[in-house]
Design a protein around this ligand. Structure first.
Ligand code: S6P
Ligand code: ZN
Length: 192
């Protein structure tokens, strides 16, 4: 049977704000949506009681979740810290683990953390960076700057997002401010 043909389309991207038009889904992630992911529980609780800050937004144009389709979305990750840890995305593996992804950074940014098994990778990212997330690697973006980190992502529409493993195990390293500069610290538990 011949597959149903989609009509070609184009989207309009505002490079500075990251607004994608039209966008058929818009996700806003506040601190309350990522409880327990930052290392400083006291700082997290204080911010939650103050104003539950908006950490990032994702604008996406949805297509059918079929093999062969690609999703296009933008992320706007705001600058800020929870304690000394920079604002970051939740991070995820793809449910279809062999689905890769490409990021194009438009403005701002900081670091792209990736991990698989006991391997960890960090890339510095900024305007013009094209970052490749290979199959199987979990990925999280961290804004170490003072302006929003805006990037475009393209990935297979049937990739899916597995947040559970990161919610449970976290990433192997965190990005914190030390004397005003980003520094990576290991989250490995020391044997006692
Ligand atoms: C999707 C892609 C990005 C993230 C977005 C938010 O596969 O990696 O669009 O969804 O940066 O991050 P997260 O971890 O909350 O999905
Ligand atoms: Zn992804």
């Amino acid at each position: 049977m011949k597959p149903t043909l989609m009509d070609p389309f184009s989207l309009t991207l505002d490079i500075t704000s990251g607004q994608l038009k039209p966008a058929t889904s818009h996700v806003q992630r506040r601190l309350s949506h990522m409880r327990g992911m930052y290392g400083d529980a006291v700082a997290e609780q204080t911010l939650l009681e103050q104003d539950d800050p908006l950490i990032y937004e994702v604008f996406q144009y949805d297509v059918p979740n079929d093999n062969g389709q690609l999703l296009v979305c933008t992320t706007v990750l705001y600058p800020g810290q929870v304690g000394n840890e920079y604002y970051m995305t939740k991070g995820h593996y793809h449910v279809k683990a062999d689905a890769a992804e490409v990021y194009l950074v438009l403005s701002g940014c900081g670091k792209l953390l990736m991990q698989v098994d006991d391997r960890f990778s960090v890339l510095d990212i900024g305007p013009g960076t094209v970052a490749y997330v290979p199959p199987y690697w979990a990925h999280r973006t961290v804004n170490t700057g003072r302006t929003p980190c805006v990037f475009l992502a393209v990935y297979p529409a049937d990739a899916g997002h597995d947040y559970g493993r990161i919610e449970r195990d976290g990433f192997l390293q965190r990005v914190v401010a030390h004397a005003g500069e980003p520094r990576l610290i290991s989250t490995h538990k020391q044997a006692s």
